[in-house]
Design a protein around this ligand. Structure first.
Ligand SMILES: CC(=O)[C@@H](O)[C@H](O)COP(=O)(O)O
Ligand SMILES: NCC(=O)COP(=O)(O)O
Length: 265
């Protein structure tokens, strides 16, 4: 059973968090991005927040000129952010919700409630050459609206899964797996992210059909102790191992069903 190798997008926001803590030039997120690429990152994700708490416009412009892989620019659905993306033209733009008082992204984008604005943003950003993804909760209504809005990609919010444990975590995992299956049937590319770390990532990577995982906070935290390149390489090994385990499980299930006469569509 062959599947395209799952991709790892490394989010470098929190390198910038450390820089902004003192207003110094270091650590430079651009340097971090190039090191992450050397360690195997398939892309670099950056969230330009309206309150500029970490990533700055300067970072975005320099990354656009220096990355060897591809930039995934996360941003709110605002006129200012859309105009910046139309100017910078990143390979990918991920539309995310933003509340100034939030510690981190709390929920998925409400595509259903803000359909016209999201659809218009998808059109403008696609016209500028960016591939648009919508950061949404694993909810059927939001997935259907995302497809209708014209986004070719969704990123499933894994925050609830990451915060849960025991049966609740298993339930959230099943919710993400079902959302992935529904989205694939609608022809969407499915990414996932938020709150993933070294102990919960493999189960998400094992979900069949997931194209990319975007992971940041846990990698940057690990880098404090092992260095950024090792932290990225370790996460990439886990993500690939997770996908392989998922493929093997699917193959075992196929062989079992086949041996017992179940026909597959
Ligand atoms: C959308 C998402 O889940 C993250 O990529 C986002 O960047 C979180 O915001 P902070 O990076 O500010 O925690
Ligand atoms: N979209 C998720 C992302 O880019 C990274 O989220 P996190 O790993 O920092 O929680």
């Amino acid at each position: 059973m062959h599947a395209p190798r799952i991709q790892l997008g490394v989010n470098i926001d929190h390198v910038a968090t450390l820089r902004q803590a003192r207003g110094t030039r270091y650590p430079d997120p651009v340097q971090a991005a190039l090191l992450a690429e050397e360690a195997g990152a398939d892309g670099i994700t950056v969230h330009l927040r309206e309150d500029r708490r970490h990533i700055q416009e300067r970072d975005i412009r320099l990354l656009a000129e220096t990355l060897n892989t591809r930039m995934n620019l996360e941003m709110a659905v605002t006129e200012a952010m859309i105009r910046l993306a139309e100017e910078v033209r990143p390979a990918h733009v991920c539309l995310v919700p933003e509340k100034r008082e939030e510690l981190t992204t709390e929920g998925g984008l409400d595509v259903v409630g803000g359909f016209e604005a999201v659809q218009a943003a998808c059109r403008r950003l696609a016209a500028a050459g960016s591939e648009v993804s919508l950061f949404i909760d694993p909810e059927p209504a939001q997935i259907e609206a995302a497809a209708r809005a014209g986004a070719p990609v969704i990123e499933l919010h894994t925050g609830a899964y990451a915060e849960a444990s025991g049966q609740a975590a298993r339930d959230e995992h099943a919710r993400i797996a079902a959302a992935t299956e529904m989205a694939l049937e609608l022809g969407l590319t499915v990414n996932a992210g938020h709150g993933l770390h070294y102990h919960n990532v493999e189960a998400i990577a094992a979900i069949g059909g997931i194209h990319e995982l975007n992971i940041g906070h846990a990698i940057i935290a690990r880098a404090m102790f092992v260095g950024l390149k090792e932290a990225v390489a370790e996460m990439k090994r886990l993500v690939i191992a997770g996908q392989e385990a998922g493929l093997l499980a699917a193959l075992d299930e196929y062989d079992h069903d086949h041996a017992h006469g179940h026909q597959h569509g």
